[in-house]
Design a protein around this ligand. Structure first.
Ligand code: CP
Length: 332
């Protein structure tokens, strides 16, 4: 198995083997973050640039931590502090950054397709960190890794995805990958956020209790109010009355259900606090897994020419232990 793509723009067109390889590579990176000294030389001498045109806490920070844990130099730009404020276009900004010869550019943008637009025009690997309502591939990969860890598999699981399906890039990336990996997807939300064409992707319902019944996994979504050009429901209060995940709704799911939310959470709107912080929640585990997933993605894209098999992909992790750890292992 291998991952030979130059960019990571989405999960829609990735095969089962490619998704599994990405998850396996991420799993192999996890132990680095458990070490006392969380740094390996895997990407020493490489430069990663992040370019965020939308706000972010988790994605931007975890890409930075991931790059730095592999010893890459990490340069972070946001649209509010870049020359975008002076009218520079996305393409001109990216061309100028590419002229400085980074080894990867991470892009978050409100326009669906923005990373694909750049990937076709600049000579540098592009990682999609969320494009409009289109895809958020690293979020879905960390979701999949979290589910696989807790459930031991993805195939055969029933995953209920609840909320603003229409505008959610997290939902889209997860739907594509979950279906490829053999899970059954149920989509739950108000009819206005659940257009009929989504039936092609999974069962749909506007009844939260029916939708989560016997589900193995419940994935809550944030209301994407910033992407909703018109009123899709009367009030946020009304939305929460029907679609906020409460303990009562969770009681109808599988007894071993796990609950995910990509963050940021609107407590009391999408998810009740006692559910978000309760024993079935794996939300903080998702955040932890975000580091390993982003390490894997950067590693595979930046080292693309060197990585052609899973055995070679495992080697850099093992080889890049800090010298003291290597010596201790040899001595042991
Ligand atoms: N899940 C997610 O993308 O969070 P941020 O917007 O904080 O990056």
């Amino acid at each position: 198995m291998s991952f030979s793509h130059r960019h990571l723009l989405g999960l829609e067109n990735l095969s089962r083997d490619e998704l599994t390889f990405l998850l396996d590579t991420a799993a192999s990176f996890k132990e680095i973050s458990e070490r006392d000294i969380k740094k390996v030389p895997t990407l020493r001498g490489k430069t990663v640039v992040s370019l965020f045109y939308e706000a972010s806490t988790r994605t931007r920070t975890s890409f930075e931590i991931a790059a730095k844990r592999m010893s890459a130099d990490f340069i972070s730009l946001s649209s509010s502090t870049s020359s975008a404020t002076k009218g520079e276009t996305l393409l001109d900004t990216a061309r100028n950054l590419a002229a400085m010869r980074p080894d990867a550019i991470i892009l978050r943008h409100s326009a669906s397709g923005a990373p694909h637009f750049l990937a076709a025009r600049i000579d540098c690997p592009i990682v999609n960190a969320g494009d409009g309502s289109h895809e958020h591939p690293t979020q879905a990969l960390l979701d999949l890794l979290t589910i696989r860890e807790r459930k031991g598999r993805l195939e055969g699981l029933t995953v209920a995805i609840v909320g603003d399906i229409l505008h959610s890039r997290v939902a889209r990336s997860n739907i594509f990958a979950l279906r490829t990996l053999g899970a059954t997807v149920r989509l739950i939300g108000p009819p206005t956020l659940l257009p009929p064409e989504l039936k092609a992707w999974g069962e749909t319902t506007s009844d939260l209790h029916e939708g989560v019944r016997d589900a193995d996994v419940i994935m809550m979504l944030r209301l994407q109010l910033e992407r909703q050009g018109k009123n899709f429901f009367p009030t946020v209060d009304e939305y929460s009355r029907y679609f906020c995940l409460t303990q009562r709704a969770v009681a109808g799911a599988s007894p071993e259900v796990i609950i995910l939310h990509p963050g940021p959470m609107n407590r009391g709107v999408e998810i009740a606090s006692d559910v978000a912080d309760g024993p079935d929640s794996v939300i903080m585990g998702q955040v932890t897994n975000g580091i390993a997933v982003r390490m894997a993605v950067l590693f595979l894209l930046v080292n693309r020419a060197k990585v052609h098999s899973s055995s070679e992909a495992e080697a850099p992790v093992a080889e890049t232990r800090p010298p003291a750890a290597r010596l201790r292992r040899r001595a042991g």
